[in-house]
Design a protein around this ligand. Sequence first.
Ligand SMILES: *Cc1c(COP(=O)(O)O)cnc(C)c1O
Length: 401
Amino acid sequence: MSYLKDFPNAEGYFGDFGGAFLPPELESHFAEIERAWRQLALSADFLQELRYIRRHYQGRPTPVYYARNLSREAGAHIYLKREDLNHSGAHKLNHCMGEALLARHMGKKKLIAETGAGQHGVALATAAACFGMECEIHMGEIDIEKEAPNVTRMKLMGAEVVPVSFGGRSLKEAVDSAFQSYLSQADEALFAIGSVVGPHPFPLMVRNFQSVVGIEAREQYQELTDGQLPEQVVACVGGGSNAMGMFAGFIEDPEVQLNGVEPLGRGTEPGQHSATMTFGKPGMLHGFKCMLLTDDEGNPAPVHSIASGLDYPGVGPEHSYLKKAGRVAYHAIGDDETLDAFYRLSRTEGIIPALESAHAVAWAVEHAREHPGSTVLVNLSGRGDKDIDYVARTFGHNRAG
Ligand SMILES: *Cc1c(COP(=O)(O)O)cnc(C)c1O
């Protein structure tokens, strides 16, 4: 059997997780998105355009680098898939370009999304500019203030940033606001979801667009090691898109152990972390079933991570399934170890990782200590330029402060 062909099923389920729970007025739109994507995925023109844009605009393939200095220090062989070198500095552009191209082929003029820290908004604004489309990004007023450089980036690239001023004025309200706006213009616009989450077909489509990461990495790793496979593959998990993209390249190799790393934040107390796999239970969020962190009333719980791209109370349905199936091991790494890894990779290799990606690096270093000589391939999902001001201001220029 072929895992990637069999999962999800035709209704978008990975075992008990996934599906599409939509307001009736959107059902036909989501059916149309799936129809168009399935058709385009077989179209030579579409694939050729995607390949062209990845190579000549995004700068793919991104390399796999054997991190010699980090490996020496940690005691195992650590390889980095350099998604930090993907245009705009993270893996997110892989699916945003795919979504934009899909939208254009469907005759849509506009891309709509919400953003928290602004990373998804920036990637989508980039894709919209590249394909000559309009872009409307909903963002809470609190986040607009905190993440001013990303707001500037989006505006420079021609996106309209819609400030959200009700409720907590943050990500949750931005989702509601973007969704309302989409409802009123679903004929002309595509709601571009930012990870392997949301109603079917988004978890499937986003995995498919991101699988370029794992397919490249498998080939590149083999090139560097005379045809070997890594013992361990590791990626950080927020919604789960960079991890699913990486895992897609190895999921049919049973000898490769797959690892997802979630944020343990400041500790195990509710509200201090965002470790959905470790502490969550099955539930429903934003139109799909997944593992979920809830409060006492059963509502999505408040979450924390030093990496704002990882603080989501749910997780992709496929990760929820892969944990239950035992195919992927999920670990939780706290803010402190993450900062250690952030400084360590910067100092040893001259590569400043995103705080999200530093979670995966931290796991690799810990694994190396316990398993000297083993081989670990890390998905370095993004670069840390966005984080340096915060880190240096709060913790200093090195671990000693
Ligand atoms: C957004 C982001 C993530 C988390 O998203 P996933 O869908 O879990 O991959 C991880 N790393 C970086 C650099 C990000 O910007």
